[in-house]
Each structure stands twice: as C-alpha cells, then as structure tokens.
Design a protein around this ligand. Structure first.
Ligand code: NAD
Length: 342
C-alpha cells in the first residue's frame, strides 16, 4: 500500500539483531501505510565503526529536527571511555519519562490478561551515579559510596505525566511506588509531590501508594491490581524488567522515552549478539514500540490494526519465533504477521 509519508522520523537500525528486527518492523509499518518519512542514522557500534563515535552529531541533529525516533538496540562499546548512549540521549533531549506498557499477548499463561503501565522517572535518582571511593587502610577502594538526587520539580512532572497518561488512556488508578519509610528525603520528596498532584485528579483518577519491595511481591502474586505505576529511576528500572517477565520476557516489551521536545521509541531488550544475523530474532518488542510511536502521533487507527494482526498470529504457535515456542525465523514470522493484518 502506498501512503503519504508526512511525518519525519529518525530511524536507527542499531547493532546485533537491530537491523533484522528493524527491517521486519518497517515492512509491517509500510504494509499498514504508516506516515513516517524515515531519516536513517547511525548509533552504537555501527556508528563507532563508521565514525569513531557511538552517537555522532548527525544522529543527534536528526532527532532534534524530527523530535521522533525509532531505535533498535545498540551494543554498548566496552571500555574506550564511551558514555552510555541511552543515558546521553535521555540527557540531551530531556527524555524525562520512560513509559513501559505491559500486556499479555500469549493467552492462557500463568499471568493471563495483564494490562498495566509503568512510568519511570528517567533523569534523576540514583542514575545520577555520583559515586566515589573512600580509602580504608591500604585499600584505596575500601568503601564505595553513591549518592542520588530527586528534585521537587521533576517529581511533580513525572507524577503529573502518569496522571495525564491515565486520563488520556481511560485508566482508573495510579500507584505511587516509593521507599519513603527508609529513604525519607530522597523518595519522601517524590511521595510528597505525588500526593499533591494526586489531589488535583481526585474524582477522576484514583491514587494509592506502595513501598517498592511490597510492590515487587504483589506484582508476582496479584499483578491485576495495578493499572498505572509511577516511580523513581532505579525502582522503575528494576520493576519494569519484572513486569516484562510477567508477559513473556523482553521479546514482548516495548518502551518509550518521552521529553518536551523529543520522543524515542525502542525495544527494551538488547542487541542479542548470540543470535544476530541468524534470522532468529523476535521483532515484536520493536513493533510494539513502533505502535506506541503511531499512537504518539495520533494514528491509533494504524496501531490498532497492527495489534489485531499480532493478537491473531500469536494464537498459532507454529508461526512464532523460537523464543515464543515456535519454529519460524524472523522473516517467515514477519510474512505470517503481514498475512494476518486486516
Ligand atoms: P539482550 O537483551 O541483548 O539478550 C538477552 C537474551 O535475550 C539473549 O539470549 C538474547 O538472544 C535474547 N533476546 C533478546 N532480544 C531478543 C529478541 N528480540 N528475540 C529473541 N531473543 C532475544 O541482553 P544482553 O545480552 O545483556 O546485551 C547485549 C548488548 O545489548 C549489550 O551490549 C548491552 O549493553 C546492549 N543493550 C542495549 C539496550 C538498548 O540499546 N536499549 C538494552 C539492553 C542491552
């Protein structure tokens, strides 16, 4: 189907399985007539090989221009003093909200009918990584210290983002997840601002609170009680992998990093070097991320079509990739999914 490509967007094919799953995803997007005019750019090892820089200025300029990017996983260069590309992108574009929807696609499992969203603060907390060593006796690294910070403004902004998301997507409840019983200042400030914001939404969106460790246990025992969870950076990082595990692991987990001026959509998994180039990768996490991008630009009509295709193909185990118990390769699976698009 040919469709007008009216929305400029940066496309980063990435490393390892990145190019294979990106090919699959753009094929499906083309099949439904997605409106993205891609500006292909390098990052990760592909960019190191081509330019010596894992995040070249052209890639940053492109995202600045388009305000929108679909990014395949990147291999983090080991050594060489490179800063994490994902952290650099978050800081460069102020991508303060990390959005991780978790939904069951393969029906009938232990965690059937899961539908929750985790909102993680992306810029502050312990990810500030203010670390240092204190010598003890002869050992210069006898004690390791790490500090974090949360600002009132950012706590307010991330909780507000979660409530606005709930309103926009017809969700009923936001849970503030914290550890204010122990980290009374660091996460106490988050809870204080969270309660303040929650008051503004009274009568529209319900709000409750959970201590992070209790939340982790309840996510395993009774995840259905959760609707939207909002939390600080490190807790969100850990809990979002836990929630991905509820619905079949990282192969099904999309994520979005959203800021005032740009949004970057990605699969949560890495570049899977062990299966790269073997036509084994499951493209669904990146496809679900592309679906979030379609919704971000108001094309829910197209994301709904893709989602129905996924829901229909997923009921036929023999058509799925191996990580989902099937026998298909990436290309065969993509072709099957295309056939199931209505
Ligand atoms: P990984 O997610 O790449 O792989 C973990 C396991 O899951 C592997 O066995 C892999 O084969 C499997 N797997 C992952 N995605 C899959 C898919 N789509 N289909 C089928 N199987 C899949 O994690 P890792 O091995 O720890 O990391 C590899 C590289 O990726 C590292 O350089 C890491 O830094 C990087 N990484 C990048 C991102 C990102 O760019 N967002 C995220 C995580 C890790």
């Amino acid at each position: 189907m040919s469709a007008e490509k009216t929305i400029p967007a940066t496309l980063i094919p990435g490393d390892g399985i990145g190019p294979e799953i990106m090919d699959a995803v753009t094929e499906i997007l083309d099949a439904v007539g997605a409106p993205f005019a891609w500006d292909k750019q390098l990052a990760g090892m592909a960019a190191v090989d081509a330019t010596g820089n894992p995040l070249p200025p052209q890639t940053i300029d492109s995202i600045r221009r388009t305000g929108l990017a679909l990014k395949s996983p990147l291999t983090t260069p080991v050594g060489g003093g490179f800063k994490s590309i994902n952290v650099t992108l978050r800081q460069e574009f102020g991508l303060y909200a990390n959005l991780r929807p978790t939904r069951t696609f393969v029906p009938g499992g232990r965690f059937d009918k899961i539908d929750l969203v985790l909102v993680r603060e992306n810029l502050e907390g312990y990810y500030a990584a203010m670390e240092s060593y204190i010598p003890v006796g002869d050992d210069p690294h006898g004690i390791a210290t790490g500090a974090g910070y949360n600002s009132r403004a950012e706590c307010n902004r991330i909780v507000r983002f979660a409530f606005e998301y709930a309103v926009k997507h017809g969700r009923k409840k936001v849970t503030l997840v914290h550890k204010a019983n122990i980290l009374k200042l660091l996460t106490g400030l988050f809870l204080e601002e969270g309660r303040k914001v929650a008051k503004e939404y009274e009568g529209r969106v319900e709000c409750n609170e959970r201590i992070v460790d209790a939340c982790a246990m309840q996510l395993v025992i009774d995840p259905w009680q959760y609707d939207v969870i909002v939390t600080t950076n490190l807790f969100g990082d850990i809990l979002s992998d836990l929630t991905a595990g509820l619905v079949g692991g990282l192969g099904m987990a999309p994520g979005a990093n959203i800021g005032e001026k740009a949004a970057v959509f990605e699969a949560v998994h890495g570049s899977a070097p062990d299966i790269a180039g073997k036509d084994l990768a499951n493209p669904l996490a990146l496809l679900l991320a592309a679906n979030m991008m379609l919704e971000h630009v108001g094309r829910d009509d197209l994301s709904t079509r893709i989602e129905s295709g996924i829901r229909s193909v997923i009921t036929k185990p023999e058509l799925l990739t191996r990580d989902l118990g099937g026998k298909s390769g990436t290309r065969e699976f993509t072709a099957a999914l295309k056939q199931h698009l209505v």
